[in-house]
Design a protein. Structure first.
Length: 494
């Protein structure tokens, strides 16, 4: 804010220094104000700039979708615990109270109207000894399902990382476009001042000044749109990170390996950097180190053993074999050991009975037994269960094959995009340099009166468009190379 106020005061003092009838002073004051508004304001306390890795880690830690997938893993942990605990004996107790009214057979073999009551207590347990290998297969099935759920969790994390990386690159691109738009304002503002001076000297018409002012207004509109696009990109990434507000959010620009210097010093001076005023930082044309792109088959061979979506489907295919074994257990007999304790208390009206403690002691009983269950015919339920499990296994094999094909297609697409981005980037470097040279020549012709303002603006706009294309190509190439490394199991980073 201090920078903005200082610029406005300077514009006001400049306008007071000249006569009010001098249009050049008024134009200069206007231009200085416009340039001040177009420059980013230096903050007293710079906010923390987020790197791509910080964004990915924060998104993974706070994503609601990730938390839901973590709950799925916990559900599978409980399923595994249940499967393991099925080997343990169970224990249950029961208490019963019965009342009987009306005629009944007495101890002397006669019938009479009597009321009877009985109270029973029992505790029983059973232990599965053999279940046709059902329990071991259930444990293995639950264990594989837990591993598959864990792989699904990693897949969800990778998905959010890729979304964050895409949004991150979009912010970088919009930041560069906003800088280009501000430099365009600087050029148009300088031309407004120049033409105003020519108008004062009678070497230019008011129409030319009005035309350049209109061009400057268009540049201001373009800068406003670029700032809005940048704000939307920042909002998108902040929402992926589950941040409460995008206010103060900014990202770190990646360091590019080499810098392509602009041959034209005039062009570098005419388009000052919006982020750094030093001459060494005025150029925004860069070149990346060209690294060979691996073949899709090579990347695919690495990704098969690394990508969590492949691992999850492989685990589920293996688990389907245990599902078949569980279904086949229906053909096999089961053996269990059971035992228990019990006692009861009995009273009959009109007849004397022993006391509660005496009866409980006299009626106390214990039992131990073996239970063998041999399946003979269950309406073909076991047969159909086996067939259903085999169909599930076949479907799981198809799901694995489809996942592999999808992965290979993604890798092919990334490799093609990377090759196209490399070619586009190299072409954009040449186009940007050629446009810069053309702008330098057109600028010299325009200043010598051998070119019109329209020709100057066309050359300037072509140069800035080439620079924008180069910025887009540069970040697209960075992103595609990062994706290739990501599919090879590396950390997603620019």
């Amino acid at each position: 804010m201090k920078h903005l106020i200082t610029s406005i005061v300077r514009a006001w003092r400049l306008s007071r220094r000249f006569s009010a009838a001098t249009p050049r002073a008024l134009v200069a004051a206007f231009v200085l104000s416009v340039v001040a508004l177009s420059q980013p304001l230096p903050a007293l306390a710079q906010p923390h700039a987020w790197s791509l890795r910080e964004c990915c880690d924060y998104a993974v830690a706070h994503s609601l979708a990730i938390k839901q997938q973590e709950n799925q893993c916990r559900q599978q942990e409980l399923q595994l615990s249940n499967a393991k605990n099925s080997r343990l004996p169970d224990l249950s107790g029961s208490v019963g109270q019965n009342f009987s009214f009306g005629r009944g057979l007495t101890a002397d073999n006669t019938y009479s109207n009597t009321n009877t009551s009985s109270t029973s207590f029992s505790v029983g347990t059973s232990i599965p000894l053999f279940t046709g290998f059902q329990i071991p297969n259930q444990i293995k099935l639950a264990s594989l399902n837990l591993e598959a759920a864990t792989a699904d969790l990693e897949k969800a994390k990778n998905d959010i990382r890729m979304q964050v990386a895409q949004a991150y690159v979009q912010i970088l691109y919009n930041m560069e476009i906003a800088d280009v738009a501000r430099r365009q304002i600087a050029i148009d503002s300088a031309q407004v001042v120049r033409i105003a001076a020519l108008v004062d000297n009678g070497k230019a018409s008011g129409a030319q000044l009005s035309q350049q002012r209109a061009t400057l207004a268009g540049s201001l509109l373009t800068a406003t749109q670029a700032d809005n696009n940048l704000a939307l990109a920042i909002l998108t990434l902040s929402q992926l990170l589950e941040l409460p507000s995008p206010d103060g959010f900014t990202v770190v620009k990646p360091v590019v390996s080499e810098e392509l210097k602009v041959k034209s010093e005039e062009f570098a001076t005419a388009i000052p950097s919006a982020t750094n005023g030093t001459a060494a930082a005025n150029s925004s044309l860069f070149t990346l180190h060209s690294s060979p792109i691996p073949t899709p088959d090579a990347i695919y061979a690495e990704a098969l053993g690394l990508k969590p979506e492949i691992v999850a489907q492989q685990l589920r295919l293996k688990a389907s074999g245990h599902s078949i074994a569980i279904a086949r257990a229906g053909y096999m007999p089961t053996l269990s050991l059971s035992g228990g304790l019990g006692s009861n208390y009995y009273t009959t009206s009109k007849f004397p009975s022993d006391g509660f403690s005496t009866q409980m002691k006299n009626n106390f009983s214990q039992y131990v037994g073996l239970n063998l269950n041999i399946p003979i015919f269950n309406r073909f339920n076991t047969r159909n269960s086996i067939r259903s499990a085999k169909l599930d296994q076949a479907n799981q094999q198809l799901a694995l094959d489809n996942t592999k094909k999808t992965l290979y297609k993604e890798i092919q697409q990334v490799c093609l995009n990377a090759a196209a981005a490399q070619a586009k980037y190299e072409s954009s470097i040449a186009a940007a340099q050629s446009s810069a040279d053309a702008f330098t020549l057109m600028k010299a012709k325009y200043e010598n009166g051998k070119a019109t303002i329209t020709e100057f603006n066309e050359a300037k706009n072509a140069t800035l468009r080439a620079e924008s294309d180069l910025v887009q190509a540069r970040y697209e190439l960075l992103y595609q190379h990062a994706l290739i490394q990501f599919y090879r199991g590396r950390e997603l980073d620019l």
